[in-house]
Design a binder for this molecule. Structure first.
Ligand code: S3P
Length: 425
């Protein structure tokens, strides 16, 4: 994809549905009783992979435009798949689904693409094994393919070694099948969409400070889930409006759950002119419209508790920080190394090809704002968030930029480039 610089972004847009919420709506719909209707569903490759896995597990799922109907069969209603489940590029699918499969009365196997086969799986397998799960994988479960022999599970008390919503959610899904209560202690709060949605479907999950307590229920009941726009997708356009002069952009209907909206806090700390308007609750989640005006930005330090609340936005923060005055320091973000690519490495090397001054550190990056980037040929490493963050950096560069392997945007934001193209007209 070739990205030419653009002058400004003006107007009103919406972004596709939240990826995390779309995955969970299919999963909970499948194991609930009755119909779950999902509007605003993200028709990206990751969420479609989740739908495919559940079809293989015997669930009828009807899809039309952005609406999905899931014919739930109840907690014990899934059936043994006749072939291996394939999650494609989706870490959320493999980790959360493994939690569900651990408690079934059948065996199954699950795998994904080359990137998924390199991503750590022991972080979910260890706690699930403590619950009584039988899971085998490459190198004793370090990597997939995984083979899961469904078994009776027990509740556990578990202290998460990393702040990960995927690990927490795998345990919470397994807890729906366990005898007794499950208590999870988080080192730092991570996204809580699973907790919100399980309760919305009739489950019983409580939070007490950094402890999450799940009590099994007899059944979950299908619901209407209205998926809001994904703040992780909105982040690219918030960034574009901040860095391009004379911009004024309204992004309607975006999920601003406090465990996801660290990006708004950080952009405001950098001097960003951002207003949240029309706050409301939709299917248990906080939603708002976001108004952004171009701003003079300054560097900030980003570390500690806010990191899990903006973990997927760090690549675009790195791009924006190049156009800020002063230095931006990102710490405590070692988790970036085990995402779809090693995002510390990939963002540092590719932005530096465009003239950025970024130093890679053990757990983050140091970015010297230069206020100027030059178009170059850069590589996405098949990582959707790297491709889109480089595209945003390219909007204010002084020449055009070529992004190699840019098709990966289909993972989470299939219309990304056409939405961007609209601002050129
Ligand atoms: C996700 C959790 C995050 C995030 C991923 C989606 C989820 O991963 O990076 O894109 O839907 O639970 P971790 O929880 O592993 O940090």
């Amino acid at each position: 994809m070739i990205i030419s610089p653009i002058e400004t972004v003006k107007g009103t847009i919406t972004v596709p549905g939240d990826k995390s919420i779309s995955h969970r709506a299919i999963m909970l719909g499948a194991i609930s009783e009755g119909i779950t209707e999902i509007t605003g569903f993200l028709m990206g490759e990751d969420c479609l992979a989740t739908a495919d896995c559940f079809k293989k597990l015997g669930i009828k799922i009807e899809t039309s435009k952005d609406k999905v109907i899931v014919h739930g069969k109840g907690l014990m209603g899934l059936s043994a798949p006749s072939s291996i489940l394939d999650v494609g590029n989706s870490g959320t699918t493999i980790r959360l689904l493994t939690g569900i499969l651990a408690g079934q009365n059948f065996s199954s196997s699950i795998t994904g693409d080359a990137s998924i086969q390199k991503r750590p799986m022991l972080r979910v397998i260890n706690p699930l094994r403590k619950m009584g799960a039988y899971i085998e994988g490459i190198d004793d479960g370090k990597y997939c393919p995984l083979h899961i022999k469904g078994s009776a599970l027990n509740g556990i008390n578990y202290k998460l070694p990393v702040a990960s919503a995927q690990v927490k959610s795998a345990i919470l899904f397994a807890s729906l099948y366990a005898k007794g209560k499950t208590t999870i202690v988080e080192p730092r709060a991570s996204r809580d969409h699973t907790e919100i949605m399980v309760n919305y479907f009739g489950g019983n999950i409580l939070r007490n400070k950094n402890e999450i307590i799940s009590s099994p229920v007899k059944k979950l009941t299908g619901q209407l889930v209205e998926v809001p726009g994904d703040i992780s997708s909105a982040a690219y356009f918030i960034a574009a409006a901040l860095i391009l002069p004379n911009s004024e952009l309204l992004i309607q209907n975006v999920g601003i759950n406090p465990t996801r909206s660290g990006i708004i806090t950080v952009f405001k700390q950098m001097g960003g002119n951002i207003e949240l308007i029309n706050n409301r609750i939709q299917s248990g989640e906080v939603v708002a419209d976001i108004l952004i005006r171009s701003s003079k930005l300054r560097g900030v330090e980003i570390k500690g508790d806010i990191i899990p609340k903006l973990i997927d936005e760090i690549p675009v923060i790195a791009a924006v920080a190049c156009y800020a005055k002063g230095t931006t320091i990102i710490k405590d973000a070692a988790e970036l190394k085990v995402k779809e690519s090693n995002r510390i490495k990939t963002m540092t090397s590719e932005l530096n090809k465009m003239g950025a001054k970024i130093t890679e550190t053990e757990n983050g990056m140091i970015i010297e704002g230069t206020n100027k980037l030059t178009g170059a040929t850069v590589e996405s490493y098949h990582d959707h968030r790297v491709a889109m963050s480089l595209a945003i950096a390219a909007l204010r560069a002084d020449k055009e930029t070529t992004i190699l392997n840019s098709n990966c945007v289909n993972i989470s934001f299939p219309d990304f480039f056409s939405l961007l193209e609209n601002f050129n007209r």
